[in-house]
Design a protein. Structure first.
Length: 301
């Protein structure tokens, strides 16, 4: 099959390359000339504009967006619309908020253009290992595009599937990322405890390797933990600052809206926010309160 790919950053380019390897024809566009040049070297046909990309695809066209979530998705769709026709399909494979997805799907449906949301997991390893994909949208369209999803997945019949109507793919990926926050925080806290038991002089990389085989806490995240500790046991040069791209926040908001308790995910998100406070007023106030009620010594800066 053929499709267009808009957004040839690392993940978009890797997905396009995996499709090319599987025998699909991919036409790609990116505002960056360097990204286009790198894509061309991987067998991806480079288009110099969105209009040119659409013009090189036979109808009905399938165009996959791998652009940053938020306004950029809307802007890209607005640029695409003049060149699309009824029957075309637009896929959003980024981490969009599912509420935005519902709005976009409705707007495109009014013009008889199908919108499919694909919650995509796999990161930089997806090129070789395949991607986990949660698909939301029209069942018939997803069935017709099955060869694309089967080629991107770890195997043709595993790691992907239609999970429901429009919005459900991005909703599922949002919750997936919320769970990821909690798992990562648990690993981080556990290894911090191991590191602070200094009298045992524990080799954290060794323990991670032991846990990778047969342990009930084994996982791909543990594999990555082991790799990180093997490469840099003391994590030298890494600032204790943890960013977030939004999905954890959205998961917590949904938990509140749905009256579903999610204390682990919420605490993991709060810890990420706390990591960014270089001069924590809250910690200063805690120290001051201990001094007020108990006369405990306050450490001066």
């Amino acid at each position: 099959m053929e499709l267009g790919m808009i957004g040839l950053g690392r993940m978009g380019a890797n997905m396009a390359e995996r499709l090319v390897r599987a025998g699909h024809a991919v036409v790609g566009f990116d505002p960056s000339a360097d990204a286009l040049q790198r894509a061309a070297q991987k067998g991806i046909a480079a288009a110099t504009s969105i209009e040119a990309l659409v013009g090189r695809l036979a109808a009905p066209r399938t165009i996959w967006l791998m652009v940053p979530a938020g306004a950029v998705v809307d802007q890209t769709i607005d640029l695409l619309l003049p060149y699309l026709a009824p029957g075309d399909v637009v896929i959003d494979g980024g981490n969009s908020n599912y509420k935005d997805t519902l709005r976009r799907a409705e707007a495109l449906a009014a013009q008889r253009i199908t919108f499919v949301d694909v919650g995509t997991s796999g990161g930089v390893w997806g090129l070789e290992n395949g991607y986990s994909m949660m698909l939301g949208g029209d069942a018939a369209t997803i069935t017709r595009l099955q060869p694309i999803f089967a080629s991107l997945a770890p195997t043709p019949d595993s790691g992907w599937g239609r999970v429901g109507p429009s919005g459900s793919g991005h909703f599922s990926k949002m919750v997936h990322n919320g769970i990821e926050y909690g798992l990562m925080a648990a690993y981080a806290e556990g290894f911090a405890l191991l590191r602070h038991k200094t009298e045992f002089d524990l080799d954290l990389a060794q323990i991670a390797e032991i846990w990778r085989s047969g342990s009930v806490v084994r996982s791909w995240l543990l594999d990555l933990t082991a790799a990180a500790l093997r490469e840099n046991p003391a994590l030298d040069g890494i600032a204790p600052y943890v960013a977030d791209s939004g999905e954890g926040r959205w998961t917590v908001f949904e938990a509140i809206d749905l009256d579903v308790a999610a204390p682990v995910i919420t605490a993991a998100l709060m810890q990420r926010l706390r990591s960014r406070e270089q001069d924590s007023f809250a910690d200063k106030l805690l120290a001051a309160l201990r001094h007020q009620f108990g006369g405990h010594q306050v450490k001066q800066e």
